[in-house]
Design a protein around this ligand. Sequence first.
Ligand code: FES
Length: 111
Amino acid sequence: MVHWYKIEHAEILKNNGVSEHKFGRKIICITWFENQIYAFSRKCPHAGAMLKNGWCERGKIICPFHRHEFDLTTGKGNPEQYNFIHIYPIKMEDDEYFVGLEIGFWQGLFT
Ligand code: FES
């Protein structure tokens, strides 16, 4: 089951680089790149660095530790990396942005 969480003050985040946000029980990263908002995993799959300290180039989030790169649309790492991050879906309704996260059945009853 996917639950859509509102991204508060999404437009203000345009100037914040990569930032962490808590939705339900999960903490994820959000960033803007070329006027598009993206939501993705908090940690790098290589050695667990926090991606909030990373930056975006050429449509990719760059990990600050060893510079692994992940596509902001697919989550795929560069071919030689053999890894990926999770990309969360974004939707816009009534000028508000929402991010979709999978939640369990029981959590869904109380969210
Ligand atoms: S921890 Fe991210 S590239 Fe190594």
